[in-house]
Ligand binder design. Structure first.
Ligand SMILES: NC(=O)C1=CN([C@@H]2O[C@H](COP(=O)(O)OP(=O)(O)OC[C@H]3O[C@@H](n4cnc5c(N)ncnc54)[C@H](OP(=O)(O)O)[C@@H]3O)[C@@H](O)[C@H]2O)C=CC1
Ligand SMILES: Nc1nc(=O)c2c([nH]1)NC[C@@H]1CN(c3ccc(C(=O)N[C@@H](CCC(=O)O)C(=O)O)cc3)C=[N+]21
Length: 297
């Protein structure tokens, strides 16, 4: 058996089209162009690539992109002052501060300073709390992307046994809560979990977000299960030539694809969905801030 490939790149392109459509409607009917401010501190090359992708895709969807590229030496006070200015700026509907921040800046303090109504990353405790309560808020992008891809494959998730590997604030915890809100029976696993392979074999839906290259093997997977691989790990690829690298997920793709019913690839799975969901959140934030009815996305 060979698993169906869940094409995150194609699903993300469709989501961006629907964001562009919604943005067009807001412009025509309300003269509103949603704005996304992206803040990058320092010169981490991977972060620079993400930020430039976000800027390009924001503009392609007909929205305004506001970039703030700050030097590594930026102080916490300076960054807090920028966040305050963005909170107060009516042209800015969404604020994303790229993580990780340099070690001299307390990222919790920065996230707390962002107006929850503009927190398109969904990281502020107010938005995290809204997921816990099952109330409407801004949902973090990667977890939102995981649920959309799972639904794309399975339709209704109600009653499924879901296992989430990883319990980070950014990914594992919110994914588990969103899946509970979708009426899955959710088990969260982490580095202290005993017999994680046997636990994974109970999963109709398995989400892997551990940051361990190819940790999840084919024989961990229940035949026919749906596998969502969040991991993005850059590893050496000597087969491509000396010094070359490649991206792999947290799942051993070849092994898993022989057993699973459906699986997301890396790259081309959850990654592209993350940025598309960020754009969707920006449109939602722009509408909610102004009390405008949200176009369906
Ligand atoms: N596609 C995308 O857009 C994004 C992808 N990512 C990727 O997702 C992955 C996870 O990211 P993130 O959640 O931020 O990572 P963290 O390092 O913050 O969290 C990792 C989690 O995995 C658990 N874990 C680590 N090792 C093991 C193990 N051997 N067995 C079981 N559990 C383990 C940890 O457990 P414990 O709590 O016990 O320490 C922790 O809960 C990374 O590969 C990252 O690059 C992240 C963000 C966005
Ligand atoms: N405040 C904040 N919010 C984030 O959402 C955030 C962050 N900081 N810091 C870093 C992580 C990581 N992240 C990714 C986004 C897109 C891809 C993506 O598009 N990946 C492509 C491949 C990209 C490549 O080739 O390098 C794919 O999987 O197909 C990956 C990872 C968002 N993050």
């Amino acid at each position: 058996m060979s698993a169906r490939v869940i094409d995150g790149k194609a699903r993300a392109a469709r989501l961006r089209q629907s964001v562009a459509h919604a943005a067009g409607k807001l412009k025509r009917e309300h003269g509103l162009v949603p704005g996304l401010a992206v803040v990058l501190v320092g010169e981490d090359p991977a972060s620079q690539v993400y930020v430039s992708n976000k800027v390009r895709q924001t503009q392609e969807c007909g929205m305004r992109s506001i970039e703030h590229l700050l030097p590594e030496a930026t102080s916490e006070a300076e960054l807090l002052a920028l966040v305050d200015r963005l909170n107060a700026d009516p042209q800015v509907d969404g604020i994303l501060v790229q993580m990780p921040l340099p070690s001299h800046i307390d990222s919790d303090r920065i996230v707390l300073a962002i107006d929850p109504a503009k927190d398109v990353d969904g990281l502020h405790p107010v938005n995290a709390g809204r997921i816990v309560l099952g109330k409407e808020g801004l949902v973090p992008c990667t977890p939102q992307g995981c649920v959309i891809l799972a639904k794309e494959e399975l339709g209704n998730l109600s009653g499924l046994n879901a296992v989430v590997l990883g319990r980070s604030i950014l990914v594992g915890k919110p994914v588990a809560l969103l899946l509970q809100n979708e009426n899955c029976t959710v088990t969260m696993a982490h580095s202290r979990t005993r017999d994680i392979a046997a636990l994974c074999r109970t999963a109709d839906l398995l989400v892997a977000a551990v940051g361990r290259p190819e940790m999840v093997k084919g024989d961990w997977i229940k035949p026919g299960a749906t596998v969502i691989d969040v991991g993005i790990n850059r590893v050496e690829a000597p087969e491509k030539g000396p010094g070359k690298t490649k991206l792999v997920g947290d799942v051993d793709y070849e092994g898993a694809a022989r057993v699973a019913g459906a699986i997301t690839p890396v790259p081309g799975g959850v990654g592209p969905m993350t940025i598309a969901c960020l754009l969707a959140n920006t449109v939602r934030a722009a509408c909610r801030i102004r009390g405008i009815e949200e176009p369906a996305i």
